[in-house]
Ligand binder design. Sequence first.
Ligand code: NDP
Length: 418
Amino acid sequence: MGRVLIIGCGGVASVAIHKCCQNSEVFEEIMIASRTKSKCDVLAEKLSGGKTKIQTAQVNADNKDEVIALIKQFQPDLVMNIALPYQDLTIMDACLACKVNYMDTANYEPEDIEDPKWREIYDKRCKEEGFSAYFDYSWQWAYKKKFEEAGITALLGSGFDPGVTQAYCAYALKHEFDEIDTIDILDCNGGDHGYPFATNFNPEINLREVSAPGSYWENGHWVEIPAMSIKRDYDFEQVGKKDMYLLHHEEIESLAKNIPGVKRIRFFMTFGQSYLDHMRCLENVGMLSTTPILYEGKEIVPIQFLKALLPDPASLGPRTKGKTNIGCIFTGKKDGKEKKYYLYNICDHQECYKEVGSQAISYTTGVPAMIGAMMLLTGVWKKPGVYTVEEFDPDPYMEALNKWGLPWKESFDPVLVE
Ligand code: NDP
């Protein structure tokens, strides 16, 4: 049915590529292009026995012209950006220049947060909007009109969270509620990789996210809190009781706009004490900084150096045991009555490893990346412009989750988070 250019070949991309190859009727031809071509070649070789035709290429996606040249050469129907959020805008620019559909798994954030031009816009946004995460949707929403005019679609954030969590919200609104009052997104990783400290996905992105102030949406505005200062515990099905902390998370921003009348949206992620102790220590000594320092005449960026020391997230697969449990708890009204509802997925690290050679964090992101791409390629989701997952009909996406490895469960009497 279609040709897809996939940019990036890390943990998440590897799962998405496996899944595209399982779905060869839709993904007839793919090109895997990344900064390090050898990784693409290894994966292409591994998957070469299937029906999907695979090519590989080297690309630096920070350079718009390189991406344009590759699009012109391969002529894809869609570009899947599964590199890093730093490349979102250059890849969107290239898609616009070539009039090709675009999708990604995380919203834009700049690599250099000290860039004065970016900083000025960021400072203004912090003041006006009231949250201080380095990432936000404004950069990509700014492409809306241009994508509409070009007649192409950009689907933003089709991973698990963001991504599936927004499909859950759209589904709850369509089928279970007349009005949603509150949404609590709970992201629990009950997996154990046996290392004293490692991150489950790109360490730079992961550590930036969890060391930043938390925030939530309440009564029409953001409430910002110091990092890790709101803690709750929750008893997760098939995982058990875990501590979880309120974080800022990107889908809150789009859900606040797209779920009419919603009064509060919060996001909680589970962390063990050891993870937090390591992180605090690394932060206190400056290892999470993105500002380059001079070391013996050479410039190094502390968090990038740390990344080089930490286990490669892709290597955690064979070691990680346990389950993830991610979902949304809703309260609201149906037919004039108060109602609560919980939609969630439980995913087993070892099962994922058996199927595609990755742990559940990459799996729970890579599967919805493939599904988002499938929605666009098949034309099931089709409207020119720039959209997040909850802006489309959730039913075909929810059906695909059941089919492609992330079946959802529901509870009509969940314990609520205080
Ligand atoms: P990895 O670091 O494992 O992989 C990133 C890949 O992008 C690598 O192959 C890397 O190449 C490549 N890359 C980086 N910079 C460039 C560049 N300039 N040009 C071309 N290729 C480049 O990250 P993950 O797989 O863990 O994460 C991928 C994305 O998924 C991220 O945006 C992350 O934020 C997002 N994510 C989303 C989640 C969700 O639920 N929505 C959850 C988890 C992650 P090289 O091998 O050379 O380094």
